[in-house]
Design a binder for this molecule. Structure first.
Ligand code: NAP
Length: 366
């Protein structure tokens, strides 16, 4: 048996990961967070013993000892927000000798995981950050098309959510850069843009239709130019299903930009209530899109576009694909790299999506 502990296991994304892994016969699943009763209730809901629900604080100084005494083989860290942390959970995993996979989407947190590379190699474990839509899935899409390019110059990434309201940590992360300046590569130079501004619309295929988009900070913006030598431009935009919510975040971005609002994340709770209240009015469709621009193998201009469309509020399952695929690979004993690294190039697009095979996913490739 392979013991998998999901930290934040009854949260919005953690719970989806637990549901996907609970029935795996080779997994002894442990569900952890700072509310024991909630963890135990969720364990029972999944058909497990209540003892599989645990109290565990990501900030505990004795975390590594606790992981060792629980016999954890792989820890999945879904207890965001991750920004501003110096990888305490990954460090505890290295000390305890268990694999570590997180869903982080903060650029500095994901990029700086490599500083643990030597100690993770010595411990002979996998430590990877950003095992989610960005950068794991976006990099898998780039990896899929890369052989068609002699020179890949620009990567554009957008995603739009269904009306299903994400967890508090997701909203805290999204609001943390609301109105704040951040850099993105534009034709080889660093351009300053402002979080959740530059509001514009884009038409997605099929029932997704017209959606509003705004600037989104993402690990892709810093990692892609490092990983793909010729890439000079990377953009990332995101949108919500309900225009009222999108406009509320856009309105909040102005006091954030003018410096009047030091910590926009304090609005995560009221925004979450608003999202839950408006949920029935929004769309059930989500989409992710990527456009890759460069030169083909004959030196001619080439543009490749990829869309992933998901309906019936199944979109929030998409960020969970990397964790599920990597955990299954670890259980099977398949080769995984040892060391600490952002989750780029660890999964092919096929592997990522096969972890979500129960979803009705439409992929469009042009
Ligand atoms: N990379 C990507 O593309 C991507 C995509 C989606 C989501 N994400 C990230 O995934 C993270 C989770 O999002 P979510 O929507 O699932 O949030 P959520 O519903 O708020 O879940 C967070 C969970 O972590 C637990 N938690 C919080 N602090 C903890 C601590 N110190 N120790 C132990 N458990 C703790 C919470 O329970 P208690 O408060 O009861 O402890 C809760 O169960 C976010 O940071 C989000 O940014 C990344």
């Amino acid at each position: 048996m392979h013991t998998v502990l999901v930290l934040g296991g009854y949260g919005h994304f953690g719970a989806k990961i637990c549901r996907a892994l609970a029935d795996e016969p080779e997994i002894r699943l442990l569900i952890a967070g700072r509310r024991l009763i909630k963890a135990q209730r969720f364990a029972v809901e999944l058909g497990l013993s209540a003892r599989r629900g645990l109290y565990l604080d990501a900030g505990s100084p004795s975390l590594s000892g606790e992981l060792q005494s629980l016999g954890v083989d792989t820890l999945i860290h879904a207890a965001g927000p991750f920004q501003g942390q110096d990888h305490p959970v990954a460090r505890a995993c290295i000390e305890a000798g268990c694999n570590y996979i997180d869903l982080a989407d903060n650029r500095d947190f994901v990029a700086s995981i490599s500083q643990l590379n030597i100690s993770a190699r010595v411990a002979d474990i996998l430590v990877t950050s950003g095992a989610s839509s960005s950068p794991a899935l976006s990099a898998a899409v780039v990896g899929h098309f890369l052989p068609e390019f002699s020179r890949l110059e620009s990567i554009h990434h957008t995603s739009v959510a269904s009306a299903r309201t994400p967890g508090l940590a997701s909203l805290q992360t999204a609001l943390s850069y609301c109105g704040k300046a951040f850099k993105r590569p534009q034709e080889g130079r660093l351009q300053t843009v402002f979080g959740w501004q530059s509001l514009h619309s884009r038409i997605y295929p099929q029932s997704v239709g017209k959606r509003w988009l705004a600037n989104c900070d993402s690990p892709d913006l810093v990692l892609f130019p490092q990983h793909y030598a010729d890439v000079k431009t990377v953009t990332c935009q995101a949108g919500l299903s309900n225009p009222v919510l999108q406009l509320a975040i856009w309105a909040l971005s102005w006091p954030g930009r003018w410096g009047w609002l030091k910590n926009p994340a304090v609005f995560a709770k009221p925004l979450r209530w608003l999202g839950l209240w408006l949920e029935s009015l929004g769309s059930t469709d989500s989409a992710m899109h990527m456009t890759l621009i460069g030169l083909d193998l004959n030196g001619q201009p080439l543009t490749r576009t990829w869309h992933l469309l998901v309906s019936n509020h199944q979109g929030p399952q998409i960020p969970c694909g990397a964790v599920i695929a990597l955990t299954r690979r670890l259980i099977r004993g398949d080769a995984v790299p040892k060391g600490a690294m952002p989750c780029i190039g660890l999964l092919t697009l096929e592997e990522y999506l096969s972890a979500l095979s129960e979803l009705e996913i439409i992929q469009l490739l042009n």
